[in-house]
Ligand binder design. Structure first.
Ligand SMILES: Nc1ncnc2c1ncn2[C@@H]1O[C@H](COP(=O)(O)OP(=O)(O)O)[C@@H](O)[C@H]1O
Ligand SMILES: O=C(OP(=O)(O)O)[C@H](O)COP(=O)(O)O
Length: 403
């Protein structure tokens, strides 16, 4: 894999360099609530700009449906990137249209532009190779070289991640190099017990990862929106909680296999429930009840792990040699559902082992809940990407950067 340092040594002055970043940051309206992913790509963008490149930064944000949707505009991220760089950053209001072409054509050496959300185009995420390829062709017309630095998206076989690097001289950016360097430690030299904590809302993606983790981890702690598919698989009532019905049989099989393999696969013993998902705007008190995991009332939604589960999970982290945590334990953005996530974050800090927190929201959680980033071994910008790396899978966005 060639790195950005090789590109810099070849000389980039006057060349248009496409940087595929992951600027998928949490937003409250147009306010960025955690800018960690933007800060993470600054070294790459700054190095290119200082060397005189015309830098074209691209990313997805959220999951728009292949068509422009102002709620998912990258404009706030572009503005924040400009603040962090201490320079004007141009913004194209489309991705491969007139605005993008004019904006890139208007760049002087050393200037930076952000183009609009890649996922405003159906070609970005299409499963059809030709459709993705056609979109990648249009992206390729904007640049002379490609730097892959969107680590959080390298597990996606998307046009800007997988197809575009094949069309341009391609290099790995500083963030990808750092992330891979750290995660390699978790595959090559894992100190045991190896504990993986999983939560969050991308239930389908993350349930699939457990299959492989059962052969690698000593303990797997389940929380967040994933937990209720497990409780359902155990035959419990889960009310209106998040669930991945089609994966219930697979989860049942995981529970059985964990028992046979001697892996501790732990699910919550208690949970916080409420009548509805909390109002994130007002953050009004939600008044949840704590119930045993096998006694959830119908019509209620599980929104955090309960205190007994927090204590149990803390005890399972207390002697860990290695910890990987992806996915908040509850809807931490609301103060009434943040305790489980806080407890697990604190347990990682207290653990003697090497600790890695991965994922856009998990990283945002530890920062916005007031934890010191330095107290963790590594905070990764990738959740699903890190998990799939740890699974041992070939990641499209890394494979595409190989020579
Ligand atoms: N019980 C739950 N029900 C619904 N959403 C949940 C639950 N627990 C956690 N979440 C949500 O999961 C989201 C983060 O999920 P995800 O994107 O999978 O994590 P990451 O970005 O760290 O990989 C948070 O916004 C949080 O509110
Ligand atoms: O937020 C992301 O992943 P993560 O939630 O696993 O950390 C990445 O930006 C990938 O986004 P996607 O899961 O919509 O492809």
């Amino acid at each position: 894999m060639k790195t950005i340092d090789e590109l810099l040594s070849e000389g980039v002055a006057g060349r248009r360099v496409f940087v595929r970043a992951d600027l998928n940051v949490p937003l409250d309206g147009t306010t960025i609530t955690d800018d960690g992913r933007i800060r993470a790509v600054v070294p790459t963008v700054r190095a290119l700009a200082e060397a005189g490149a015309r830098v074209v930064v691209a990313s997805h944000l959220g999951r728009p449906k292949g068509t422009p949707d102002p709620a998912f505009s990258l404009a706030p991220a572009a503005a924040r990137l400009g603040e962090l760089l201490g320079a004007d950053v141009a913004f194209a209001t489309d991705t491969v249209g007139e605005s993008a072409t004019a904006t890139v054509d208007g760049l002087a050496d050393g200037q930076v532009a952000v183009i609009e959300n890649l996922r405003f185009n159906a070609g970005e995420t299409s499963k059809d190779d030709a459709e993705r390829g056609a979109f990648a062709d249009r992206l390729a017309a904007l640049a002379d070289a490609y730097v892959g630095d969107g680590f959080g998206a390298v597990h996606r076989k998307h046009a800007s991640v997988f197809d575009l690097p094949a069309r341009l001289p391609h290099y790995a950016g500083y963030l990808i190099a750092t992330e891979v360097g750290v995660l390699r430690k978790l595959t090559d030299d894992v100190k045991r017990p190896y504990v993986v904590a999983l939560g969050g809302a991308k239930v389908s993606d993350k349930l699939a990862v457990i299959d492989q983790l059962l052969g690698k981890a000593d303990r797997i702690l389940i929380g967040g929106g994933m937990a209720y598919t497990f409780l359902k698989a155990q035959g419990h009532e889960i009310g209106t909680s998040l669930v991945q019905e089609d994966q219930v049989p697979a989860v049942r099989e995981y529970l059985e296999r964990a028992g046979k393999n001697g892996v501790e696969l732990l699910v919550p013993v208690d949970t916080l429930v409420a009548a509805e998902f909390p109002d994130m705007k007002s953050k009004a008190p939600a008044d949840p009840a704590t119930v045993a995991a096998d006694a959830m009332p119908a019509g209620r939604m599980g929104l955090d792990i309960g205190p007994a589960t927090s204590a149990l999970y803390a005890s399972k982290l207390a002697d860990a040699g290695t910890v990987f945590w992806n996915g908040p334990m509850g809807v931490f953005e609301h103060p009434d559902y943040a305790e489980g996530t806080k407890a697990v974050a604190q347990a990682l800090i207290d653990s003697p082992g090497f600790t890695v927190v991965g994922g856009g929201d998990s990283a945002a959680a530890v920062r916005t809940l007031g934890f010191d980033e330095q107290a963790f071994g590594h905070i990764s910008t990738g959740g699903g990407a890190s998990l799939e790396y740890l699974e041992g899978k070939t990641l499209p966005g890394l494979a595409a950067l190989e020579d």
